[in-house]
Design a protein around this ligand. Structure first.
Ligand SMILES: CC(C)(COP(=O)(O)OP(=O)(O)OC[C@H]1O[C@@H](n2cnc3c(N)ncnc32)[C@H](O)[C@@H]1OP(=O)(O)O)[C@@H](O)C(=O)NCCC(=O)NCCS
Length: 200
């Protein structure tokens, strides 16, 4: 929520040596892509209708996400514990799988390609703050995940990253740079360890 600057705090905002003045923080108009009430409505729907749905109700969750503007392909498997910040900024391809406790932090666009898997507890982070601005400016930065990718458990994918088709990212890896097509990456920061073999 926007926080109006307080008098004395705002006055000292630009004093030399100051890093942050959070009294100046504001979410820019239009940043969320929908009005505030609509965002709150989605969060209520997510808590009451999405998260409580039985695991097998994949069609129901696809429908809820589509109602709130997500593009969700046919046969996408999305678990009830998936957390989606702004569905209208999310695209999930045909037959993609989004596992338990995955967070799609869609301050910016998140695209997940067809037949790709995001395994449990992974955090896809499409936004951050410019830490060199005194008002801690919030930014949406897209994350693009290609087709036939496997992001294993508990992986962090940083804002602005593109993961090309066919990549595998090992469990507990941290992806801070874009990853090239068809390789297996592991570690923090994720590095390529070998090519991924496609079927012949
Ligand atoms: C990435 C992964 C798929 C690679 O499996 P693999 O092809 O059998 O690869 P290897 O085990 O031969 O590992 C290759 C190298 O990467 C390292 N490595 C593998 N996974 C790693 C990981 N998650 N983090 C850090 N290093 C890893 C291995 O130690 C090995 O290094 P070395 O050659 O120096 O010994 C697998 O390790 C992995 O992370 N699987 C995810 C399991 C998971 O999340 N399951 C739940 C969701 S379904």
């Amino acid at each position: 929520m926007p926080h109006p600057p307080a008098g004395p705090e705002a006055e000292s905002a630009t004093e030399p040596g100051r890093y942050l003045n959070l009294a100046l923080f504001k979410v820019p108009a239009g940043f969320r892509g929908r009005p505030g009430w609509y965002v709150q409505l989605w969060w209520v729907v997510q808590a009451l209708l999405f998260r409580t749905s039985p695991q097998i109700a994949y069609g129901w969750r696809r429908m809820l996400l589509r109602c709130f503007g997500a593009q969700v392909g046919v046969g996408a498997i999305i678990r009830p514990t998936v957390q989606v910040t702004y569905p209208w900024k999310v695209t999930i391809g045909d037959h993609a799988w989004i596992g338990d406790d995955v967070t799609l932090y869609s301050l910016g666009p998140i695209d997940i390609g067809a037949h790709s898997v995001v395994s449990q507890k992974s955090y896809i982070c499409a936004g951050d703050h410019d830490y060199e601005t005194v008002d801690f400016a919030i930014r949406g930065r897209p994350v693009r995940i290609g087709t036939q990718v496997w992001i294993a458990s508990d992986v962090f994918v940083a804002p602005g990253v593109t993961i090309e088709d066919g990549v595998v990212v090992g469990a507990r890896s941290t992806v801070v740079r874009s990853l090239e097509k068809g390789f297996v990456y592991v570690g923090n920061p994720a590095r390529a360890v070998k090519p991924r073999n496609a079927s012949v």
